[in-house]
Design a protein around this ligand. Structure first.
Ligand SMILES: NC(=O)C1=CN([C@@H]2O[C@H](COP(=O)(O)OP(=O)(O)OC[C@H]3O[C@@H](n4cnc5c(N)ncnc54)[C@H](O)[C@@H]3O)[C@@H](O)[C@H]2O)C=CC1
Ligand SMILES: O=C([O-])CC(=O)C(=O)O
Length: 316
């Protein structure tokens, strides 16, 4: 038997897609196919070739191609979907819903045809609802349809904690539950720094300020960039998820998963901690929540449901 190299497709070769491709190559996680629309075929080929030409300098082996043809993506192990429009200052992620639902639908129809066995990771916003759209169109089992929100939201939360305490980011542990919107739920009670509960290290008002900043972390970058949204930290998050699956690491990471009773929610895609390994989402890790935490999560779940309802009632 010949051992096969991993094949990773990234749909959407814009800021997040191209950055993810480069980071995947730097980690030698597999060969990479970047796909974009036919009108951008040459720029997509150009980005891929430019990255490929960086590989001898970086000392990594990864084939990287750009294309507008889904046949080139056939039999990918992982497909990452970043296709769609990004928000601009003054917009919410939910304002992208109609346009991106159409794009994610057409992309997933192609993925279903060309890579029926792939694990699919969705980034396009509003990502909880777009993961739902992808699941409907793909018809893949729920363990193979995964949305990215919590790794990024948690990264922001941990960055701000490390900055506040002037300690290494490596020693900060925590996670953020719920939808990828301004009412996401950073779980303070389960956060620690070097094993020491966060609540013993910082006063409540400083923790509250960190939680508030993490919740609007995406918007902070949108305001600063002026014409688009974050891409370095989102790309790093996608790479961590991809690595967890391809190396069967069984990482416990917060991702958007299909809930069928877990945390009390039925038939809902939302961010929760899971075991991520070679089986994709291998298990949702349920936690005991206080009444207050559950109420905050309920509010976030309702926001996700409201956006999914827009998708369900519109003729895309
Ligand atoms: N879930 C999350 O944590 C995050 C989500 N996002 C979302 O990711 C999406 C992409 O963001 P960026 O890369 O910054 O945007 P971008 O505009 O730089 O790139 C998007 C790319 O998608 C391509 N595209 C559009 N329709 C397509 C189709 N049918 N097939 C293939 N490609 C298509 C565009 O041509 C463009 O190159 C946005 O919706 C953004 O809101 C961004 C950061 C974090
Ligand atoms: O804020 C946005 O629109 C992009 C995104 O989801 C994030 O950076 O968290």
């Amino acid at each position: 038997m010949r051992i096969k190299r991993n094949k990773i497709t990234i749909v959407g070769a814009g800021f997040t897609g191209a950055t993810t491709a480069l980071m995947l190559a730097q980690k030698e996680l597999g060969d990479i196919v970047l796909v974009d629309i036919p009108e951008l075929e040459n720029p997509t080929k150009g980005k891929a070739l430019d990255m490929l030409e960086a590989t001898p300098v970086m000392g990594v082996d990864a084939k990287i191609i750009g294309t507008a043809n889904y046949e080139d993506t056939a039999d990918s192990d992982i497909v990452i979907v970043t296709a769609g429009i990004a928000r601009k200052p003054g917009m919410s992620r939910d304002d992208l819903v109609s346009t991106n639902a159409r794009i994610v639908t057409s992309v997933c129809e192609q993925i279903k045809r060309t890579s029926p066995n792939a694990y699919v990771i969705i980034l396009s916003n509003p990502v909880d609802a777009m993961t739902y759209v992808a699941y409907q169109v793909l018809g893949f089992p729920k363990n193979r349809v995964i949305g990215q929100s919590g790794v990024l939201d948690t990264a922001r939360y941990c960055t701000f904690i490390a900055e506040e305490l002037n300690v290494s980011v490596e020693d900060v542990q925590g996670f953020v539950l719920g939808g990828h919107g301004d009412d996401m739920v950073p779980l303070v009670r389960y956060s620690n720094v070097g094993g020491i509960p966060l609540e013993k290290l910082l006063p409540a008002d400083r923790i509250a300020a960190i939680v508030d900043r993490a919740r609007v972390g995406g918007g902070e970058i949108v305001s600063l960039l002026g014409n688009g949204s974050a891409y370095y930290a989102p790309a790093a998050s996608l790479v961590q998820m991809t690595e967890a699956i391809l190396k069967d690491k069984k990482r416990i990471l917060p991702v958007i998963a299909y809930l069928e009773g877990e945390f009390g929610y039925q038939q809902l895609f939302m961010g929760v901690p899971v075991i991520l390994g070679a089986g994709g989402i291998e298990k949702v890790m349920e936690l005991e929540l206080t009444e207050e935490e559950q109420a905050a999560l309920d509010q976030s779940a309702q926001s996700v449901r409201d956006v999914i309802a827009i998708v369900q009632t519109s003729s895309l």
